[in-house]
Design a protein around this ligand. Sequence first.
Ligand code: SDX
Length: 394
Amino acid sequence: KTGFFTHDPGFTSTSSCESAITFIDGEKGELRHRGYAIKDIAEQSSFPEVAFLLIEGELPTPSELRAFDLALKSESMVHEKLITFFQGFKSDAHPMAIMVGVVGALSAFYPDSMNIFDHAQRRTSAIRLVAKMPTIAAISYKTAVGEPVVYPDHSLAFAENFLHMMFATPCAPYKVNPVHAKALETILVLHADHEQNASTSTVRIASSSQANPFACIAAGIASLWGPSHGGANEAVLCMLDEIGTPDRIPLFLDKAKDKSDPFRLMGFGHRVYKNHDPRATLMRGICEQVLASVDTSRTPELELARALEQQALQDEYFAKRKLYPNVDFYSGIVLRAIGIPRNMFTVVFAVARTVGWVAQWNESFLDREQRISRPRQLYVGMPAREFVPLDARD
Ligand code: SDX
């Protein structure tokens, strides 16, 4: 079996939207990766297994998965000099600002995997990015809270290691809660790839100019940060804060319907899914499992979220427009419940989506023409007219 790094499916992409990685049917609420249904993948695959599937094109055999997991672990540390880069940020810097800066800077540290026309170097860059993102994310968090960096632990699985790097300290052994690790792994799997969304399209456009892989992924991180896209999970919690108590929900539902008000119900609606988001359905199940394991009286916003969901689903405006909770509505609630601070929610999304970004970045090189992306425009400005010198303007 060969993967995309050696296997050429034979199509020459005549448009940037030709892809063999993810299929979405927005009307039916279907999502498949390389032909496999997201429900089966989310319930049976580890995140490294999904990463292999998206990047290589096939589910790995046990020996392929072991080798891939080893490759990820061998690349999980970052260059020690990179750690000083984090010291340059103010302590209140948003972790996504740090991620954009640090990931772009990787191109200054790993020049040996920058030849984008070399299969082996492309694969090395893909492995490096998937492996280093959780480490960079955890260091961003440690920088923000002023704690010492915790290095990757190769004895831990991907999601466990991420939580360990975030919450362990040198003072005492830290045991990762298995319910939290499983919930985080499912969130990573459900966010791994999603066809030509805004951030993935950003990566493909950057790649078409032959920018280096680290710069392309930094561009994807910047695009994901927006509250209409990956920033929605953090925006859901901020919205719940603003609503405060269940009696204020009708006020916010009215705000969301008011066209003169820019407020939108965060975590609701989707560009493509015009029925349910299959990831949201799976995420809701994870949410219930995690909430059963935490004392929700200590997290009132979780109860508020349930009340908001019920009232919105019964509201004619939302029902008529088929505005249902999307994956971000529940993922923010689960991340909050497992102790991840909200300014890290979109960072978690970026760690997961790096797999889809590198898989689609690599796939774009199978387009033999590899032409630069050049979106067209409809010009609606002024017609041609004579220039007016400055002294003739009143
Ligand atoms: C992600 O593309 C992807 O795949 C993205 C993503 C991924 O995995 O990469 O799935 C991740 O980005 C999920 C979406 C996260 N964003 C949010 O939760 C932010 C809140 N949602 C909205 O901003 C909105 O729903 C969008 C941006 C997601 C979609 O916007 P669209 O395409 O304009 O929505 P639409 O065409 O379905 O809107 C239909 C109507 C419009 O009103 P009318 O003109 O018919 O009167 O519904 C309204 C919209 O104004 N509407 C909302 C609404 N979403 C749409 N009204 C209030 N609250 C909302 N959330």
